[in-house]
Design a protein around this ligand. Structure first.
Ligand code: TYD
Length: 222
């Protein structure tokens, strides 16, 4: 595991796939089975500075692809430096709603930058921090769009072809690195999706939950 002593889990997928619900449920469960502190967070906007960047990138003026990529990378750099790394160093479980793969899928897969340059930008921004496991909640973007509520943000308005390209980019990345990625069909009922991802994440993290009989508390295996 690259991020010892903590565990770093990211969730990825299109808009409307149910990431925030599954982040919360998985985080709660990981806390129970490992007995560790759990930090639930998100990108963009997981920090006070990130909230301002989120506002600019999602609800601000139109911008060129490089500006957009740099704003997401700036949010990520600050998020990793001030929230994610300190938590991993404390031994916490960090579960983030989106990370670097969103940039590759949206800023390269969706727009016209190359995947390689967007990935290198994010790796530079984060000092090469990669998740131990990345969950892809995979869903047809047409179905995802029907699950969204409220006024669409700048990215949600980008159109069906754009969202198809981002889905394909996520699936390609997952297929290229099956040791890091867990792919779950997000069209299944919520309980089934959560049950499957618990099994897959525990296997990837090599969690061997044991029950501490004295305290009656489950402990994780790392
Ligand atoms: P998200 O927070 O998942 O949306 P919401 O809370 O509105 O459901 O993500 C916001 C949008 O930002 C989403 O459309 C994906 C996009 N995004 C990128 O384009 N690049 C990135 O690096 C990240 C993290 C998100």
């Amino acid at each position: 595991m690259s991020n010892a002593p903590g565990y770093f889990v990211s969730f990825e997928g299109g808009d409307g796939v149910g990431k925030s619900t599954h982040v919360r449920l998985l985080g709660q469960w990981l806390g129970e089975v490992t007995g560790r502190e759990v930090v639930l967070t998100r990108e963009p906007g997981g920090t006070p500075l990130g909230a301002k960047l989120r506002q600019a990138v999602l609800h601000g003026d139109d911008m060129d692809p490089r500006t957009e990529a740099l704003l997401y990378a700036a949010d990520r750099a600050h998020h990793v430096a001030t929230v994610v790394r300190p938590a991993l160093e404390r031994g916490a479980v960090v579960v983030t709603d989106r990370y670097l793969d969103s940039s590759v899928a949206y800023q390269a897969g969706g727009r016209e930058l190359s995947e390689d340059e967007v990935e290198r930008l994010s790796l530079w921004a984060t000092g090469h921090l990669l998740p131990d496991v990345t969950v892809l909640l995979d869903l047809d973007p047409v179905v995802g769009a029907t699950r969204l509520s409220g006024a669409p943000d700048r990215l949600e308005r980008a159109g069906e072809a754009f969202h198809r390209r981002t889905r394909e980019a996520f699936l390609r990345r997952a297929a290229a690195d099956p040791r890091r990625w867990v792919v779950v069909d997000a069209s299944a009922p919520r309980e089934d999706v959560q049950a499957q991802l618990r099994v897959d994440v525990a296997a990837r993290l090599d969690l061997t939950p044991v029950v501490d009989e004295a305290a009656g508390l489950p402990e994780g295996g790392r």
